[in-house]
Write a protein that binds this ligand. Sequence first.
Ligand code: HEM
Ligand code: HEM
Length: 240
Amino acid sequence: MTSVDWLGILHPVLAVVIVYPLIGIVVRLAMQTRARRLKTLKCPPTVGREHSDLGRWLSASVVLLVLVALTVAIATDKPLMAFQGGAARAAQLLLVLIGTLASLAALWVSKAPGLRLAFVLITWAGVLGLGAQPEVWRLSDDPLSPAFWQSHYWSGVAVVGLMLFSLGAQPEILRDLRLRRLHVTANVLAAVLFLVQGITGTRDLLEIPLSWQASTIYACNFKTRTCPPPASSQPPGISP
Ligand code: HEM
Ligand code: HEM
């Protein structure tokens, strides 16, 4: 493993070690919150508070997790000296990254509904803007093709949107029954998308070669699923 390979597994490691355990706790507390409100189970009165407090950390950590993936994808696609667009584009993208992080921090502390909505939209726009860069691998951008629905990227940015919605509308979810219902529906979808991310992410991890193997692996034809024979298996005297 080279340092680029280690950077490549930073996002999966953070997902497995931090985000998925947090999802488990938040979903369990969500079920207890609902059961307590409907009086189908006796749960301590703190479950709602704990669900929403840990929910905030879950939302923020999903955004950070995706920003890590996008930054690594953009920064390691080519050697730094061959970075497409040079220092000017690199500085522009760095500004977008810093702006997105600042907007997430502002969303975390904002109280006024208008400000919360604005920071939700700015943070999501930042994620989509970085995700739209040519270095970021997307299976397909055509919603009519099956590959689009199997794309780790598109369900990833969708779940970021759903998490930002919960973070931005937290006070309203507490107060307003309609928003609480919308929250439950949106987050049942989020739970399914987290499951999908676990599957498509592991698939991608299996498909990405180690950096020193890449030149050989990418010589393969991915449509016909064939590879040129390894150099050592060719009879001597015949050049490949
Ligand atoms: C997979 C993620 C999530 C799921 C499945 C989920 C589901 C739920 C459910 C079932 C309830 C109870 C609704 C009811 O009482 O009828 C609830 C309440 C709530 N959720 Fe979530 N939620 C998730 C994530 C989040 C996040 C990320 C936040 C905030 C950032 C959040 C904030 C809240 C709040 C404030 C309540 C109201 C708590 C109360 O009544 O005391 N949730 N959620
Ligand atoms: C909360 C769940 C997750 C979300 C929201 C998420 C989101 C994303 C996003 C938006 C990207 C950048 C686009 C791309 O390169 O495809 C990405 C990349 C990646 N993710 Fe995830 N991911 C999650 C979980 C996982 C898990 C559990 C794994 C593996 C165990 C994983 C493995 C990867 C890999 C290997 C890449 C790089 C793909 C490439 O460069 O082609 N992800 N993820």
